[in-house]
Design a binder for this molecule. Structure first.
Ligand code: NAP
Length: 304
C-alpha cells in the first residue's frame, strides 16, 4: 500500500491532520485541491488564531502550516480528487485517471463561496461582480460598491473595501446583521458604509461592466443601486459533491461523522472527515485545526 492516509484538502484541518499523522509515523499524502490553502487564502488579517500576537495574514498562516507539515515529512500533491473507491485492502483516491492507493482517507475539503444565482451574476463575474474583496478590492479605488450579505464575511469585506472605495453599501435581506457584535460596531461607526436593509438582489445590471444592482425591498419596491463593484458574501457550501452517494451527507452537503463511536469517522469505515466540510456551526480555522488533529489521532488508532 502506498500511503497509510491520504488527506484530501489543504486548509487548517488538512495540514493539522497531516502534522499529527506524520508524527504518528504514518505515511501521509496531502492532496491540495483547486484552492491550495483553502478559504484562509482569500481573507486578510487573521487576529483570532492563537500563537500570533500581532495577527497574521491568512495566506501566510497557510504557508506556515504547509511548511511545518512538509518539514515533518508530509508529501504534497496538487490537483483535485474526483472520487474515493473502496478496495479489498483500503481505498483508491481518484484524481482523474490516476488512482492513489491508501489504507485510510481524511476528507478536509472545506467549503466554497455561495452565489445568488440571479441574472447577470455569472455574466459580469470579473467585470464588476466578485466573491473576494481581498482579491479584487483594489480595482475599485474611489468607486462606489455594494457588498451582499449580513454575516461576518460581508461586514469584514465591507470594512476592508472602505480602504479603497468612496462608498460601500451593505445590501442585506433582513433588518439586522448576523455578524458578531464587534464587527457590527465597526460597520455602524464607519462613515463610508451605508446599510440597505430588507433588500434582496434581483439582478446585476450592465453590458460590458457592472453598472448597478437591481434590488427589491420587502414591500416589493424595485430600485437600482448604482455601483461599479458588487461583492457577494452570502456564506459557503461544503465542497463534498465528489462524495455524494459514497458517504452519508446532510441535506446541506455537510458530511455526517461520529460513526463506530469515533468522532471523525464517516459512514464508510476508514474514511474520516474534519473541518468546514463537516462543521455546520463554528466554521473557524482553529476549530478546523482541532478537528484535523482528532481525525489523525482516530486514524492512527483505527489503523492499529
Ligand atoms: P453566514 O454567517 O452564513 O452569513 C451569510 C449571510 O448571507 C447571512 O446574513 C444571510 O442572511 C445572507 N444570505 C444567505 N443566503 C442569502 C441569499 N440567497 N440572499 C441574500 N442573502 C443571503 O456566512 P459568512 O458570513 O460567510 O460566515 C461563515 C462563518 O465563518 C460564520 O461562522 C462566521 O462567523 C465565520 N467567519 C468568521 C470570521 C472571523 O472570525 N474573522 C470572518 C468571516 C467569517 P440571513 O442573516 O438572513 O440568514
Amino acid at each position: 500500500m502506498k500511503y497509510d492516509v491520504v488527506i484530501v484538502g489543504s486548509g487548517p484541518a488538512g495540514w493539522t491532520a497531516g502534522i499529527y499523522a506524520v508524527r504518528a509515523d504514518l505515511k501521509v499524502l496531502v492532496v491540495e485541491g483547486d484552492q491550495p490553502g483553502g478559504q484562509l487564502t482569500i481573507t486578510t488579517k487573521v487576529d483570532n488564531y492563537p500563537g500570533f500576537s500581532e495577527g497574521i495574514n491568512g495566506p501566510e498562516l497557510m504557508e506556515v502550516m504547509k511548511k511545518q507539515a512538509v518539514n515533518l515529512g508530509v508529501e504534497v500533491k496538487g490537483g483535485l480528487v474526483s472520487g474515493i473507491e473502496k478496495t479489498e485492502s483500503g481505498f483508491v483516491v481518484k484524481m482523474g485517471r490516476e488512482g492513489i492507493e491508501t489504507r485510510s482517507v481524511i476528507v478536509t475539503t472545506g467549503a466554497r463561496a455561495r452565489w445568488l444565482g440571479v441574472p447577470g451574476e455569472k455574466e459580469l463575474m470579473g467585470k464588476g461582480v466578485s466573491g473576494c474583496a481581498t482579491c479584487d478590492g483594489m480595482f475599485f479605488k474611489d468607486k462606489e460598491v455594494a457588498v451582499i450579505g449580513g454575516g461576518d464575511s460581508a461586514v469584514e469585506e465591507a470594512t476592508f473595501l472602505t480602504r479603497f472605495c468612496k462608498k460601500v453599501y451593505i445590501v442585506h435581506r433582513r433588518d439586522s446583521l448576523r455578524a458578531t457584535a464587534s464587527e457590527q460596531k465597526r460597520v455602524f461607526s464607519n462613515k463610508k458604509i451605508e446599510m440597505v436593509w430588507n433588500s434582496q438582489v434581483k439582478e446585476f445590471v450592465g453590458k460590458e461592466r457592472l453598472e448597478g444592482v437591481k434590488i427589491v425591498d420587502k414591500d416589493g419596491k424595485e430600485s437600482l443601486l448604482k455601483v461599479e463593484g458588487a461583492f457577494v458574501a452570502i456564506g459557503r457550501d461544503p465542497a463534498t459533491e465528489f462524495l455524494e452517494g459514497k458517504v452519508e451527507l446532510f441535506e446541506s452537503g455537510h458530511i455526517k461523522v461520529g460513526f463506530l463511536e469515533r468522532e471523525t469517522m464517516t459512514s464508510v469505515e476508514g474514511i474520516f472527515a474534519a473541518g468546514d466540510c463537516v462543521d455546520q456551526k463554528f466554521r473557524q480555522a482553529v476549530v478546523s485545526a482541532g478537528m484535523g488533529c482528532k481525525a489523525a489521532m482516530e486514524v492512527e488508532k483505527w489503523l492499529g
